[in-house]
Ligand binder design. Structure first.
Ligand code: GKR
Ligand code: MG
Length: 428
């Protein structure tokens, strides 16, 4: 087979309507930003990747793109070495890209290369990752406290079955009853079989009460998770955890830092999970030393791609950590990539996070992936098994240019509603 070469790399920032969702850092802006990467081979095949958007990441990707032309998309080690050289500290020790930019760039390019590789040999990405251990990937309902409003325009189109979820996506949810109503609509529409509540928005007891109300409404067979994004004090987290013992499937980042997580873990019998204290390979020795969590949330966007995620999975298997999957606001390229990866990891046994219901109806795929009984069928067509609709991509890009946002800043969004509001690393 002749060696394939990368001919062009296109980077398109897009803005996707997003409702006013609350979290510990503030409020979601009316648009979530993503970067869409298209790598075109010399034989005219396109491979796609998607990562969180920011001007700094876009600029880093543009720099990376200049060095990729002529490289073989199968030569992932060589591509990684090229990217590493670009990210190297200068004579004064300053690195051009921070850790987050580095993993995002690496992930976007690697995923697009996998899409290209799969398309070139007629096999789905999951096969290139070792083959499917499951045909369907289960996801969890991801609830948020929110103000009224569904964010942006151009939504579900004529999908009549979405009416209930559309109303819930529009509705305010600031108390346990609002959270239960949101959960009901999301579960009815997508069929999710586990539920995660993004906490950290209100005083701890209000969020504990919401979890207890979810337990009451859905019964003991629906696993529940609470994620206050590390904004609680140790005593608050332990007291809340004691009330949720036997109720939560896992307790995600109640406090900040591996040492604090280890203290909470020792005080409770609920498993602790993280996507905040153990987030890179550099954090793994600390995770082992502290025993800070029982479960790590993988995320190919934040760990540096598919291969890095498989390495994380191996660490989890060796060191007795469970493995779940984290998400951020995202579109269908990311959803497909998450599904291929999750299908290839035997020890990823928890239902994965997805923000997709909040972006549903705004996707850039010709045929968006769908959820049945909360699961996504792993695409079997070559590569990621998806087709990008270039008109929709252009609309989302036009929205990016018009919206004026260039990076995510939930604190600034919150200040628009509550002047003087500031993020606090520990609030309650
Ligand atoms: O979308 O507001 C959000 C979440 O808080 C997100 O930013 C987190 O990264 O989903 C996340 C998590 O902590 O699990
Ligand atoms: Mg989290």
């Amino acid at each position: 087979m002749p060696i394939m070469q990368i001919k062009e790399v296109h980077i398109t920032p897009v803005a996707v309507p997003d409702p006013p969702l609350l979290n510990a850092a503030g409020l979601h802006a009316p648009y979530a930003l993503r970067l869409i990467v298209e790598i075109v081979s010399d034989d005219g095949i396109s491979g796609w990747g998607e990562i969180p958007g920011s001007e700094a990441t876009r600029a880093a990707l543009e720099t990376a793109a200049e060095h990729l032309a002529g490289m073989d998309p199968w030569a992932l080690n060589a591509i990684e070495a090229t990217l590493e050289a670009l990210a190297k500290p200068d004579a004064r020790g300053a690195t051009p890209w921070d850790q987050r930019t580095w993993v995002h760039v690496r992930s976007a390019i690697e995923v697009a290369c996998y899409d290209l590789m799969g398309k070139s040999v007629g096999r789905p990405v999951v096969d290139l990752l070792g083959g499917a251990v499951r045909d369907r990937v289960p996801f969890a309902a991801y609830l948020f406290y929110k103000y009224g409003g569904a964010g942006g325009e151009f939504g579900f189109g004529r999908d009549e079955s979405a009416v209930g979820w559309q109303a819930a996506r529009q509705a305010e949810a600031l108390d346990p009853a609002g959270i239960v109503a949101q959960a009901r609509a999301m579960v009815d529409h997508y069929g999710f079989q586990s539920i995660k509540l993004k906490g950290g928005a209100f005083e701890a007891q209000q969020e504990v009460d919401a979890i207890l109300a979810l337990r009451e409404a859905f019964g003991p067979d629906v696993p529940l998770r609470l994620d206050p994004n590390a904004i609680w004090r140790l005593d608050t987290a332990i007291a809340a955890g004691k009330q949720l013992d036997g109720v939560l499937e896992y307790y995600e980042d109640p406090v900040r830092g591996q040492d604090n997580m280890a203290t909470v873990a020792r005080a409770l019998s609920i498993p602790l999970a993280t996507n905040m204290c153990t987030t890179s390979f550099d954090d793994l020795p600390g995770s082992v030393a502290h025993q800070s969590e029982a479960i790590i949330l993988s995320d190919h966007h934040f760990w540096g791609g598919f291969r890095a995620s498989l390495e994380l999975a191996r660490f989890c298997a060796v060191f007795g950590r469970g493995l779940s999957m984290h998400s951020n606001s995202h579109l269908g390229i990311s959803l497909a990539a998450m599904a291929h990866l999750a299908a290839a990891v035997p020890n990823l046994t928890y239902d994965c996070d997805t923000h997709y219901p909040w972006q549903d109806g705004h996707d850039l795929l010709v045929e968006p992936l769908t959820f049945e009984a909360g699961s996504v069928e792993v695409p079997s067509a070559p590569g990621l098994g998806i087709e990008v609709d270039r008109d929709k991509l252009a609309r989302l890009h036009a929205q990016y240019l018009a919206c004026g946002l260039t990076e995510r800043n939930d604190e600034i969004e919150m200040q628009k509603l509550q002047p003087g509001w500031t993020f606090q690393a520990t609030r309650w």
